[in-house]
Write a protein that binds this ligand. Sequence first.
Ligand SMILES: [Fe+2]
Ligand SMILES: [Fe+2]
Length: 283
Amino acid sequence: MFVGIAHAAFKVTDMKASLHFYCDIAGMKHAFNLKDKDGKPWIEYLSFGGGQFVELFYGAEYTAEPAYDGKRIGYHHYCFETKDMTGLAKRLFAEGLIQKETIDFGVDGNRSCWAHDPDGNAVEFIQYYPESPLVKDPPCSGRVSPGAGIAHIALRSKDWSKALAFYRDLLGFQLQWTLERDGKPVIYYLLVRPGQIIELYDGSTETLPPDQKRAGFSHVCIEVDDINAAAAYIEGKGVKLDSPPKRGVDMNYQAWVTDPDGNRIELMQIDPESPHAKADAKA
Ligand SMILES: [Fe+2]
Ligand SMILES: [Fe+2]
């Protein structure tokens, strides 16, 4: 029913700077854009192919740094898989976004680095290698997606049991692995689909009040194969939807729900006539 992470959405202060970061440096392709009902630029869509996008919304007026504040409930960072860490690292280094150009293998047998996007959001990049235990050994196998894409999204939660009840028990994402320190869980890894993980980090206490003018994380979108069935299933489990299924201006069918930590989750059934489906067909 829940197919995979379709997109992650961020509000940005300077679209030109963000497009430079995500397209010219990180290697995403600009796919299409949407205008709001007044005809003003609204969302820029960047594509990885394979049905995965990043949505960049216009209209943030300021950032709230650091976006990955360790104490804050909610978005922590997200990670893009790349097939060419060497080329990516060269570009990041040339822009002064990382400290050294050579990326060594980590203890997990992969190569990864971190940078910040122009609004201060922490972004991780990873190239997986076949010999890595994350790729090779159960229970972690299957982390390599067929191409580049969203590898994981990390969220900090206030209460493990509630977050697991939502992502594991309700949405059905299998608990693949638990990272422990001193016998206590530190990160839960939930498999959304092969190659895509939601990481739930340990408990946090600080919340940011909602603010439409602040840049940063907006929502995660989970693709579903049947929006009405997904909505009925969720409501049947006693979880209230924020908005029932409807067709959006992008032609796809969407419904919204909030996770126990207040993160907005969009559910989306892709219409073959939507710009998303067409951008994918072209990729
Ligand atoms: Fe990560
Ligand atoms: Fe969205």
